[in-house]
Design a protein around this ligand. Sequence first.
Ligand code: FEO
Length: 190
Amino acid sequence: MYHMIYNKKSIPLQTRIKKIKFMLSKIIENALNEQIKIEAESSQVYLAMASWAETQGFEGVASFMYAHSDEERMHMLKLLKFVNERGGHGKISTLSAPPETFGSFKEMFQTLFDHEVMVSQKINDLVDATLKEKDYATHNFLQWYVSEQIEEEGLARNILDKINLIGDDKGGLYLFDNDVKLLTSTNTEI
Ligand code: FEO
């Protein structure tokens, strides 16, 4: 439920009118903080993938992953600022360490796809919680994440389909690396 910040005695009327806003309930604040952690961990996972791909000599895949890692940090910051603007406290938590290596590109992109499916589920749970709490402002805010997850899952699925076709063929992987590089320069909404 919402709680209003509205202290009549200490704040002048004009400021009071501007400052009237609805605070987050503890349940939603905690749930958003959990999502902040998930987005920060996503950024770390993709950064680890970028670094590993770079050591394997695949510059296209590495730039795609570096860009994706930045996107996840932006997702995290957007949530953090929303929590603070709504009278809560966006928390910075300890993060789980991502894997250092990924076996093969196929395994790496499968991990990426599975990770995005997990994130979509978490966003859906969050949306569900806002409805239960009747927090329609946060519900509205989260619609951006719902759309973003549709795009991210779609893109991850496309890449996975391509890499499944290529298999371990070295020439195919070389062309794939160039294709992914192109994808990074033309698609800012990774
Ligand atoms: Fe922010 Fe890819 O989930």
